[in-house]
Design a protein around this ligand. Structure first.
Ligand code: MN
Length: 228
């Protein structure tokens, strides 16, 4: 194969305990998947079907790299999320077979230009400018299912400059991980390397240049990033 231009670097995540890397195929994100966050965003937390958007694989920030404050916004919000990484994919995956597709888990941030998202919602436009910009997806190293098993519950939180801003528990997910995988696989053909950001608990808020963000999920790990 001879490329006409230099091909892009593949997007990869580190994996705890090995120097092998996890190659990323797509990044799917779930909207409004914790009741308290749904309410703070003006929604109704009954069990409506989940909805999805995507980020670009080259939006990932790995190894606790900085989050550069993005252009064309004055309101960038943090959203701490459990990230699910798939080892295998498929279509129309049954709920009871879904966890068998999971390679591991990570701590992620769905950084959001909230002011642009509000405009998109108002005008009925797509969300890419709010969600899928450069460096919008800081992500920790992956921990494998072999190492930690699956996660039904556990604290998920985010501190900004040491102060608690978001606090929840994985047992508050409206749509659980197997249900998300199953539902998503009816819409898309899932593939090895796909990541799914599973939604954020309440307490989202704006960040400023210089802020130190520390995200945590019990059993999964830590993610640190500084707003540069
Ligand atoms: Mn989110």
């Amino acid at each position: 194969m001879r490329y006409a231009i230099t091909p892009p670097e593949p997007a990869v995540l580190p994996i705890r305990g090995t120097d092998a890397r996890f190659p990323v195929h797509r990044i799917y994100c779930v909207g409004r998947n914790y009741a308290a966050h749904t309410i703070e965003m003006g929604g109704d937390p009954d069990r409506d079907p989940p909805f999805f958007f995507q980020k670009n694989t080259d939006n990932l920030v790995i190894n606790d790299g900085n989050f550069p404050y993005p252009p064309r916004t004055e309101e960038v919000h943090h959203e701490v999320e459990l990230v699910v990484a798939l080892a295998t994919g498929g279509r129309d995956i049954a709920v009871e077979r879904a966890l068998g597709r999971v390679f591991g888990y990570a701590v992620g941030l769905d950084m959001t230009r909230r002011d642009l998202q509000a405009q998109c919602k108002k005008l009925g436009r797509p969300w890419e400018i709010a969600k899928a910009f450069e460096h919008s997806a800081p992500c920790s190293e992956l921990v494998t299912v072999d190492a930690i098993g699956h996660l039904d519950e556990g604290a998920i939180w985010l501190r900004v400059n040491g102060e608690m801003r978001q606090e929840g528990n994985l047992d508050q997910l409206i749509w659980k991980v197997p249900e998300i995988i199953s539902y998503l696989s009816g819409l898309f053909e899932l593939a090895p390397g796909d990541l799914i950001m599973t939604g954020t608990p309440a307490g989202v808020g704006a960040v400023s240049r210089g802020d130190a963000l520390h995200a945590h999920i019990d059993g999964v790990g830590e993610l640190h990033t500084t707003v540069a």
